[in-house]
Design a protein around this ligand. Structure first.
Ligand SMILES: [Zn+2]
Length: 199
């Protein structure tokens, strides 16, 4: 079913490198999100992981790290982008900007994010794997992933997500009015900012 987008390549195999990167980030004490970029015949051209904590760099996401490590390419229009987690708006913008036609997502936390819908509406073929291995990595309980969520006393990022306003409800404004909780960055309407907040 993935043949059209992946030229017969196995998306589970392509995900492996991104998972390795996520685990490498975890071992470094960072946020476990990894990325990988492949050519059309499955050759690896870039890999990387989130280094926000390691480098004190909020712009270093798993996807941007893989993209930087890929270096200059003659084209991105035939490349396959892999991320262990649904790309945030920032990284979705990168995927759109450079024209990646295909995106493999290892885990989307059980829901399609608005940024993913936006990519699909702009012609990106998205393959959602919902890998059980990655779901475990982000399961509740003591986990380094907590450090990328808002600091909610007794809550953690899952509790904070549950308390976020739903569609049609008032949302905190970045300028004037109510401030976002705990000084968190405002990331626009929707997206999976709950996991990415503070990255
Ligand atoms: Zn990102």
């Amino acid at each position: 079913m993935y043949d059209m987008a992946l030229n017969g390549l196995d998306p589970e195999e392509l995900l492996e490198v991104a998972i390795e990167e996520a685990l490498a980030g975890l071992a470094e004490g960072g946020i476990p999100i990894g990325g990988a970029i492949y050519g059309p015949t499955g050759e690896l051209v870039g890999r990387g992981h989130n280094r926000r904590v390691q480098h004190n760099d909020p712009s270093s996401h798993g996807e941007t790290d893989a993209f930087r490590n890929a270096g200059r390419q003659s084209t991105w229009l035939d490349k396959i982008f892999v991320s262990t987690l649904s790309p945030c708006w920032y990284c979705s913008g990168l995927i759109y900007q450079f024209g990646f036609p295909t995106l493999i997502i290892g885990d989307d936390q059980g829901r399609k994010h608005e940024s993913t819908e936006w990519l699909e509406s702009n012609g990106v073929e998205v393959v959602q794997l919902r890998s059980p291995r990655l779901s475990k990595m982000f399961s509740p309980g003591p986990s380094p992933t907590r450090r990328c969520g808002p600091r909610t006393p007794g809550g953690g990022w899952r509790a904070a997500r549950a308390s976020r306003p739903g569609p049609g409800q008032a949302r905190a404004s970045p300028r004037g009015g109510q401030s976002p909780p705990h000084g968190a960055d405002y990331r626009g309407p929707g997206g999976h900012d709950d996991l990415r907040r503070g990255q």
